[in-house]
Design a protein around this ligand. Structure first.
Ligand SMILES: Cc1ncc(COP(=O)(O)O)c(C=O)c1O
Length: 369
């Protein structure tokens, strides 16, 4: 059979997933996982207990996410919106997929605006659903972000999507710029995957009460230390939430994820201590990296630090390879995300003792030119 003749031709432009590093980490648990912005802390004890407590109920379907009022109410309270603003998904990436599907009316014509650099998973999914993508550069600085985005919007633009804090840089676009973008009337999707590690007051979630064109994405994968449980949520106008719920398959959020989400919301003080620990270690890591000659860490509000090693006499690839040799997987951004030369790599913040070890290896490496 010639499968090329029958599959969706948009798949020809999309590469296979490149996630072998995750498998390597599962195969060798001594590798320190600093590459995917997971947390190296286990979920808090109450969340682990909640996951275990549903093991003997796994014979039943969980509540369908359109109902699931206990979890949606708790998330609404946490994000300062109403339960009808909340949609639940199998990770926030599933909700992004659903959004890309329900907003698509004219494949090959409808346009999405992304900023550059941003989360690498957006592009292949948008391409798959037939979106034309226009990129707005952030090189003029974050204070000019809305100008750059507005200059990129056309009549065919349906939405603008950006992560805030930005992945991979960790920077936060000023709130005022988001407000200006909302003024365009286009849908503005703000992905707050890392907001738990950002300064208090960073989130724009409560603007959902005011702006019907704002969509906020959230996840339990980062600050809540639950990447493997696959739980995300989206905050938006209730009508959009209803359309989104029509487009998903039933029971898309499993019983363990629901239990974990509820327990996390019931133990927010403890979760907040973890956010603080991650943010403090990030700031410590950033300060220590800045002491290494020629290293320039980008000031981050997320659970990772991007480093520019341009002036250190080493390439990003050399640093990444050195760390791999020492048992740390970090992420190279050589020639990626619009960062053309071999100058940047990103470290997901881990345990303090591991970060101390990592900094010591890098300092020594740069000293020995
Ligand atoms: C900006 C951003 N959004 C979403 C995700 C994925 O989140 P989830 O695990 O909820 O699908 C990531 C993961 O790295 C991310 O960086």
């Amino acid at each position: 059979m010639n499968f090329k003749e029958i599959v969706n031709p948009r798949l020809f432009d999309i590469p296979d997933y490149d996630q072998i590093h995750v498998t390597k980490c599962w195969q060798d648990p001594t590798i320190r996982r600093q590459m995917s912005n997971e947390s190296n802390y286990a979920p808090i004890a109450a969340v682990q207990e909640a996951i275990k407590s549903v093991a003997d109920k796994a014979n039943y379907y969980a509540e369908d996410p359109s109902y699931a009022l206990t979890l949606r109410q708790k998330l609404a309270d946490y994000a300062h919106v109403k339960p009808e603003n909340v949609a639940l998904g199998n990770g926030s990436i599933e909700l992004l997929d659903l959004l890309f599907q329900i907003l698509m009316a004219n494949p090959g014509v409808d346009e999405a605006v992304l900023v550059q650099p941003d989360y690498s998973a957006y592009v292949p999914r948008l391409k798959y659903f037939g979106w034309k993508i226009n990129f707005a550069e952030l090189s003029a600085g974050l204070d000019k972000a809305a100008d750059q985005v507005m200059a990129t919007i056309s009549d065919h633009t349906k939405f603008v999507l950006l992560s805030r804090p930005n992945n991979p840089m960790g920077i936060v676009m000023p709130k005022e710029e988001i407000k200006r973008m909302l003024g365009t009337g286009k849908i503005i999707v703000v992905d707050e995957a890392y907001v738990e590690m950002a300064d208090e007051g960073t989130s724009v979630s409560e603007w959902v009460n005011e702006y019907e064109n704002l969509v906020v994405m959230r996840t339990f994968s980062k600050g809540f230390c639950l990447a493997g449980i696959r739980l995300g949520y989206l905050l938006a106008n209730p009508e959009l939430v209803r359309y989104l719920n029509r487009s998903r398959h039933i029971f898309n959020v499993n019983i363990a994820a629901m239990a974990a989400g509820i327990a996390a919301m019931d133990h927010l003080d403890e979760c907040r201590q973890v956010f603080r620990k991650l943010a403090d270690t990030r700031d410590w890591l950033s300060a220590e990296l800045a002491k290494i000659p020629g290293f320039k860490p980008v000031p981050s509000q997320a659970n990772f630090v991007m480093v520019n090693v341009e002036d250190s006499g080493k390439t990003a690839t050399q640093c990444v390879d050195l760390l791999l040799e020492k048992g740390f997987f970090v992420r190279s951004f050589a020639k990626k995300a619009g960062l053309e030369p071999d100058t940047h790599f990103r470290i997901s913040v881990g345990l303090k003792k591991d970060m101390e070890e990592l900094v010591a290896y890098l300092s020594e490496f740069v000293k020995n030119k």
